[in-house]
Design a protein around this ligand. Structure first.
Ligand code: EPU
Length: 337
C-alpha cells in the first residue's frame, strides 16, 4: 500500500472528469483499509469505489481511498439456492456474468450497470423491475470511526427507491466491504413484465426465456439507450424520477396529455424525469464538450473534456426549467463533489 501524489482521477470516474487527487491510495485488503482509517480522521478521507455515480467538480485535497477489494466466496449452498459473499471492489457486471455462467438467477435484469458491487446497496440499484434489495441477504461494512465490521441484514439497510440507510442516517459513517446475495440455482423467478424486455424477447422469438436470454435482452436495451462510459463519459441517470401526488398528476395530465406515469401507491405517481427533460427541449442538446444524451434524456454526458462544473451548471439549468414548466422539483441521483 503506497500513497501517491497528484493523481488524475479521470480513469476512476465514469464521467471521465479530469480532476486531481492530491493524495491517492489503492486498497486491496480490509486490513489496509483499517490501518488507513486508524491513521486519518474521516474528514480527511475521500472514499472512491467504481466512480460510476459521482460528478467531480473540483480537485480533491483529502486522501482518496480507492477500494479495490476483490473475491467471490460461496457462503451457503443447497439444491435450490446459493449465497455468494462478494467483495466490494468486484465490478458489478462481471459479477452478473459470473452468475450467468453458473446459471445462478436473480440479478440478470441488473446486467450492464456500471460500478462496483460495494456501491449497489448504497443507492439500491435497480433496472427493469428488479432492485438489489430483492436478492440481498446482508452486507458487511466497516465503521469509519472505530473500524468495527458490522453486518447489516436486509431490513437494517432500509431500502427505498434509489435509497438506503447508507444515504441517510448512516451517511458517511460506514464503508461497505462486501455484499451477500441469495440467488436461485433452479426454478428462477423471471421478471419480464417490464415492457421493453418482453418486446425484445418477442423480437427474438424467445417464448420460454432463460436468465441468459433476459440478460441479453437487457444488455441490448441498455446499449441502445445508454451511452457506454468507455466511449462517452456519463453516470447513468443523473436525476431520480420524481414522485408526485395523484392530485398534482391529474393537473399535469390536463395540460400534458401524453405524460407517462407509474402508480407507486394509492396517492402517489412516479413520472419519468427523462420525459420531463425531453419535453423541456434538452434531449440531445450539445454544448461544446458536454450535453444531454440523444437516446435517454436522463443521462448527462461528457464528450471528452468537459469540466465537472459545466455539467453541474447544466443540471441546475435543467432543474430550474422543469420546475418552471411543470412545477416539479427533480432531485439529482448522482453525488456531486
Ligand atoms: N422517457 C422519455 N424520454 C427520454 C427517456 C425516457 O420520454 O429521453 C420516458 C419514456 O416514456 C419511457 C419512460 O421515460 O417510457 C421510462 O424510460 P426508461 O425505461 O428508459 O427508464 P427511466 O425511468 O428513464 C429508470 C432508471 C434507470 C433504469 C431504467 C430501466 C431511474 C432514475 N432510472 O430510467 O436506471 O435503467 O429505469 O429500469 O430510476 C440509473 O439509475 O443510472 C439507470 C440507468
Amino acid at each position: 500500500m503506497q500513497i501517491e501524489t497528484n493523481i488524475s482521477l479521470k480513469p476512476y470516474n465514469t464521467f471521465g472528469i479530469d480532476v486531481k487527487a492530491k493524495k491517492y491510495v489503492s486498497i486491496n485488503e480490509v486490513a489496509e483499509l483499517v490501518s488507513i482509517l486508524k491513521e486519518y480522521s474521516s474528514d480527511d478521507l475521500f472514499i472512491l469505489s467504481g466512480g460510476s455515480n459521482m460528478l467531480l467538480t473540483t480537485d480533491i485535497s483529502s486522501l482518496v481511498v480507492h477500494l479495490n477489494l476483490n473475491g467471490i466466496e460461496t457462503v451457503y449452498e443447497d439444491d435450490h439456492i446459493i449465497r455468494l459473499k462478494i467483495a466490494a471492489g468486484e465490478n458489478w457486471h462481471k459479477v452478473v456474468n459470473y452468475c450467468l455462467e453458473r446459471d445462478y438467477g436473480g440479478i440478470e435484469n441488473l446486467s450492464l450497470i456500471p460500478g462496483n458491487t460495494g456501491s449497489t446497496p448504497i443507492q439500491n440499484i435497480g433496472a427493469y423491475g428488479v432492485e438489489i434489495k430483492d436478492v440481498l441477504v446482508s452486507c458487511d461494512a466497516i465503521n469509519i470511526s472505530n473500524q468495527q465490521i458490522r453486518t447489516f441484514h436486509l431490513s437494517e439497510c432500509k431500502f427505498g427507491y434509489r435509497d438506503s440507510v447508507f444515504k441517510n442516517e448512516l451517511k458517511g459513517q460506514y464503508i461497505i466491504t462486501s455484499v451477500t446475495l441469495e440467488l436461485t440455482k433452479k426454478g428462477h423467478f423471471l421478471k419480464t413484465e417490464y415492457g421493453a424486455i418482453n418486446t425484445e424477447l418477442q423480437k427474438r422469438d424467445v417464448t420460454n426465456p432463460t436468465i441468459q436470454d433476459i440478460s441479453e435482452a437487457v444488455v441490448k436495451i441498455r446499449s441502445e439507450k445508454l451511452p457506454d462510459p468507455k466511449e462517452i463519459g456519463n453516470s447513468g441517470s443523473f436525476f431520480k424520477n420524481p414522485i408526485v401526488s395523484l392530485e398534482k398528476y391529474k393537473t399535469l395530465k390536463n395540460n400534458f396529455e401524453d405524460i407517462p406515469s407509474y402508480q407507486v401507491s394509492d396517492s402517489e405517481v412516479k413520472i419519468p424525469a427523462g420525459w420531463l427533460i425531453e419535453k423541456s427541449g434538452f434531449k440531445g442538446k450539445r454544448f461544446g464538450e458536454y450535453g444531454v444524451h440523444k437516446n435517454q434524456a436522463l443521462v448527462l454526458v461528457n464528450y471528452g473534456n468537459a469540466s465537472g462544473n459545466e455539467i453541474y451548471q447544466l443540471s441546475e439549468l435543467i432543474k430550474l426549467t422543469i420546475d418552471r414548466i411543470f412545477g416539479i422539483q427533480i432531485e439529482t441521483e448522482v453525488n456531486i463533489f
